[in-house]
Design a protein around this ligand. Structure first.
Ligand code: ADP
Length: 521
């Protein structure tokens, strides 16, 4: 039974195992033991352990004794003889005392032996493992230190980034330009400077709102003019600054815009826009363009208009020479008259040109002018024409006064009344009425109404152009209404015409400031 148990438990053991009696007799051994000593198990059984070991017998006996007395396994070292003469094996052993049954007085010993060599190998392996562990541990500590440093560095970098970001936003806040930052995918606003918030009337910081909804008007989706595509290269990295000009759809102001994709503090690539208001410059450019166009028109018209009296003069000079040769004094006188008339026309044209060049500025300071008086004075100056046309001109008494360059507004009044009488056509009783009225929008206006030839609606704008005449054979240079419009607009007013058509008379309306707010040009 004991032997069976021993066999059972030691069969798969990696150690040499011996079952030994209290007197040192080997009762049983396992295959590893037989292999270690080079002898069959049956040859070992019955032999005293002291015969099989080269360790001095008294040390072996002492060791066995200690094992028999101890409850715990007792470590020791034994040197065994093998079947090869002179070859010994050194072992580490553990001796376990076993009581097989309470009835038995003498216990037996179970002896586990492990070759010192193999143990050494195991120790070496263990040592190696320990060394590896130690290295790994060291590496881990090193790595952990590195990580700690990296974390600290990152924290430092993050802090510095936050500081420089704050500095940037402070600078942007102080700019006199619209500055905003928006996510390029979601169009969400991430920053708006103070100027943008004020100028666009945004409530709160605007952050989180959608740029095309907040910064533009009537957009149903991302703006068709959005420059996002131009701000990144093919790989999606920030490209160069994109500069353009645009009139904001919300406030109507013109902006010189610089757009750029940048990396925002949270790592996102965002669009930053800096837009400087150039509305004034744009307006000046538009005025300049208009003036250039006017000048071109003017040059063309003046050269054209001056040509006809020159041709007339030249023609009659030729006939004057032949008159002189034939001595026809009567024809000479008629020729001279024609030449003089053509010269007068040239003079009138040149006077108008001079007038036009002076009209660019209001020369006289604004003063209060009674429009009733201005109209009456104009009628006095035009008395000859009015009489000639048999016209009746009436003026509303006590029309509201205006604050204007009085000289210029008298010119306006005179021009309009003169036209009203001049273009009476075949009207038997030409009537002209000068008055004032309050318009539907509450604004006060003045008017000059006639019952003359009238104006077709398609010419309402044209007649205010330079040298525009609806009838090329009518007297005049076609400059009067252009001057009138310019003067009215320089005062911040408006002028327009209404007529029910040809032969139904016309009404010229104009507005002027009634308080001291004349625009300085
Ligand atoms: P001018 O009278 O020297 O031709 P204006 O600039 O004063 O130049 O007028 C331009 C044109 O507008 C005139 O030639 C005429 O055809 C038309 N016009 C101006 N005033 C009237 C009016 N009261 N009724 C009809 N046509 C007018």
């Amino acid at each position: 039974m004991l032997r069976q148990c021993f066999d059972e438990f030691t069969r798969s053991s990696a150690y040499a195992c011996f079952l030994i009696s209290s007197t040192g007799i080997i009762l049983r051994s396992n295959a590893v033991a037989a292999q270690m000593l080079g002898q069959g198990g049956d040859l070992l059984a019955g032999r005293n352990i002291t015969q099989l070991t080269t360790t001095p017998a008294e040390m072996v006996v002492h060791y066995l004794k200690r094992c028999l007395q101890s409850r715990e396994p007792v470590p020791g070292a034994l040197c065994w003889q093998t079947d090869m003469p002179g070859r010994e094996v050194d072992c580490y052993c553990h001796g376990h005392r076993l009581f097989i049954s309470p009835a038995e007085k003498e216990p037996v010993l179970l002896l586990h032996c492990q070759l010192r060599e193999r143990a050494a190998n195991s120790f070496a392996a263990l040592n190696q493992t320990l060394e590896n562990l130690r290295v790994s541990h060291h590496k881990l500590i090193h790595k952990s230190n590195q990580l700690t440093n990296e974390i600290l560095e990152r924290k430092e970098v993050k802090k510095k980034l936050a500081e420089s970001h704050e500095r940037l936003t402070t600078v942007l806040d102080g700019l006199d330009a619209v500055v905003y930052v928006a996510d390029m995918q979601t169009y969400e606003l991430m920053f708006l400077n103070k100027y943008a918030i004020d100028i666009l009337g945004i409530t709160g910081s605007g952050v989180g709102q959608i740029c095309w909804q907040t910064l533009q008007k009537d957009q149903t989706g991302p703006c068709s003019f959005c420059t996002n595509q131009r701000l990144v290269d093919a790989e999606g990295n920030p490209a160069d600054v994109y500069r353009w000009e645009f009139q904001n759809t919300q406030n109507g102001c013109w902006y010189d815009i610089r757009d750029r994709a940048i990396r925002w503090i949270d790592g996102r690539i965002v669009r930053m826009e800096i837009a400087t208001d150039i509305t004034k410059r744009k307006k000046s450019e538009q005025v300049l363009e208009q003036k250039n166009a006017e000048l071109e028109n003017f040059t063309y018209a003046i050269s054209h208009d001056l040509k006809s009296p020159i041709i007339t003069i030249k023609g009659f000079l030729g006939s004057l020479v032949s008159d002189a040769r034939t001595g026809d004094f009567e024809r000479m006188e008629a020729d001279v008259n024609r030449i003089a008339k053509a010269a007068d026309k040239m003079q009138a044209l040149l006077d108008d040109v001079l007038e036009l060049s002076r009209i660019g500025r209001l020369v006289n300071p604004a003063a209060e002018l009674s429009m009733t008086e201005a109209a009456s004075e104009a009628i006095e100056d035009l008395a000859a024409l009015i009489r000639e046309k048999n016209a009746v001109v009436t003026v509303e008494a006590d029309m509201p006064s205006v604050f204007v360059d009085c000289h210029r507004i008298r010119e306006v009044m005179q021009n309009l009344i003169e036209n009203a009488v001049k273009y009476s056509g075949s009207q038997a009783e030409p009537r002209v009425e000068v008055g004032s009225k309050v318009l539907a929008d509450g604004q006060g206006a003045y008017f000059v109404k006639d019952n003359g030839i009238g104006i077709e609606p398609k010419f309402y704008d044209k007649i205010f152009g330079l040298f525009e005449k609806l009838d090329p054979h009518s007297p005049g240079t076609g400059i009067g209404l252009a001057l009138v419009k310019r003067i009215i607009e320089l005062h911040g007013g408006k002028i327009w015409v209404e007529s029910t058509g040809q032969d139904h008379g016309s009404i010229f309306y104009f507005t002027l400031p009634r308080q001291q707010t004349v625009a300085e040009d």
